[in-house]
Design a protein around this ligand. Structure first.
Ligand SMILES: [Zn+2]
Ligand SMILES: [Zn+2]
Length: 431
């Protein structure tokens, strides 16, 4: 008597078709990817691949959440690991976004697609304080232009200098969001009031910016250099241990506040010979942080466009923050870039279609918001909240976003390793 297994031709446990009945070449051969026996043992290669991909593309894009997901790696019946591992998430997100991980690096700009955040529309009916809380989180990504400033291996993972790892930490700061002057004594890596005043007397102005949602008290700085001769720049940057993002007529340098102020003072001296211009050091409190794969995922779903930045972009961001706006149209850097042909966007893909269907564009809601009676009060609360995060009230130290693995030490200590010479970073590789 034949057993069931011998009598029954093997069929796929997902689509219940056999090896030859598909009529659809894409199902592929029947494979046995785990330790399941009998009728449960077979699956079409194509069906397995589709299942694995659907798991990877559903759910959260946050690295902590994606690390917990294992339904695409492990059979949920026999609990054995599939002997046909799925495409790794980094290369999948890279394919969907149209961006290679190596392209991500210091000097790249990323620009939010939408002017408004989705969190805000859902919160219109909430009470004022709760709405302000939600808006304060979302405001980091309203009309936002981030410049990537640093890529480093995630703590605890092996140092790989050349090839980009999906876990690499990408750090950026918002070029489009000013910050009320903070209490510098509460910040890590900031110079004190007296030092800042003495630089002000030398023609150097510190412009405070809200860098992003992570570590609101950690300071990072950028400055533009255009008056110092190109021949002198390299030695100056090396002396102060600052890194140069862009060469060309307007060089952009990045480093600890003290070094940036010192470089800016040299720039002010050079500028004084030709014009009255104040030299600006952009100082960010806080920053934004992604894993490489996470940012690729956000680009893949269409949240961000990207391009290589230039010194002119940084100069534009500075000019836009100056009262009154230097630009007669008052156009900020987001307006200037959002519809620019310089920006690249992920091609339409399954992730972007799904995201757009969940969070459709809301042009008609935007006009309603103009008459929003709470807008002013909410804006005031958001500014207060940002001030509290930077030390105005010690009771409210709630800030510690997920995905932050760094200990809370001053920025100076952290940048020590990075501040070697004036090595030029060529992260932003054009196609
Ligand atoms: Zn199948
Ligand atoms: Zn199994």
């Amino acid at each position: 008597m034949a057993t069931e297994d011998e009598a029954t031709a093997p069929i796929c446990r997902i689509c219940f078709l056999g090896a030859d009945e598909d009529g659809d070449e894409s199902l592929g051969e029947l494979v046995s990817p785990c330790n399941c026996q009998g009728s449960q043992s077979y699956v079409h290669l194509g069906c397995l691949r589709r299942w694995q991909r659907s798991v990877q593309l559903s759910g959260s894009n946050h690295p902590d959440e994606t690390a917990k997901e294992d339904r695409h790696l492990v059979c949920n019946v026999c609990k054995a690991e599939f002997n046909l591992p799925p495409q790794d998430r980094t290369s999948m997100m890279s394919d969907l976004s149209g961006m290679r991980p190596e392209q991500m690096g210091p000097g790249m700009l990323i620009v939010t697609k939408k002017a408004d955040s989705d969190a805000v529309s859902a919160s219109v009916q909430l009470n004022l304080a709760l709405r302000a809380f939600i808006e304060s989180k979302a405001a980091h990504f309203h009309r936002a232009v981030y410049i990537l400033t640093e890529v480093r291996p995630r703590e605890g993972s092996a140092t790989s200098s050349s090839s980009r790892n999906g876990n690499d930490v990408i750090i950026g700061v918002n070029l489009s969001r000013p910050l009320e002057v903070p209490d510098v004594s509460q910040l890590h890596g900031a110079e004190d009031e007296r030092a800042i005043q003495s630089y002000r007397d030398q023609g150097v102005e510190v412009m405070w910016m809200n860098g992003g949602p992570v570590k609101p008290r950690t300071v990072t700085c950028l400055a533009c250099v255009k008056h110092i001769n190109a021949e002198r720049r390299e030695a100056l940057f090396a002396k102060h241990g600052v890194k140069q993002f862009f060469e060309g007529p307007i060089a952009v340098v990045h480093g600890p506040m003290r070094s940036m102020l010192a470089c800016a003072a040299e720039e002010a001296k050079a500028a004084a010979a030709v014009c009255e211009e104040k030299i600006v050091v952009l100082a960010w409190a806080g920053f934004a942080q992604w894993s490489c794969t996470q940012l690729l995922g956000e680009i893949a779903r269409g949240s961000w466009g990207w391009c290589c930045g230039t010194g002119h972009d940084v100069a534009h961001a500075i000019a836009a923050q100056r009262p009154p706006p230097a630009d007669a149209q008052g156009s900020d850097i987001w307006d200037g870039l959002r519809y620019s042909e310089r920006l690249q966007w992920a091609p339409e893909n399954e992730l972007s279609r799904e995201f757009e269907s969940r969070f459709p564009s809301r042009s008609e809601v935007a006009s309603e918001r103009e008459q929003d009676p709470q807008a002013e009060a909410v804006g005031h609360l958001v500014r207060q909240f940002e001030a509290i995060r930077r030390g105005r009230d010690p009771l409210l130290r709630m800030e510690q976003p997920r995905g932050t693995h760094e200990s809370d030490r001053p920025a100076g200590a952290r940048t020590g390793a990075a501040a070697v010479g004036s090595s030029r970073l060529r992260g932003c590789v054009p196609h």
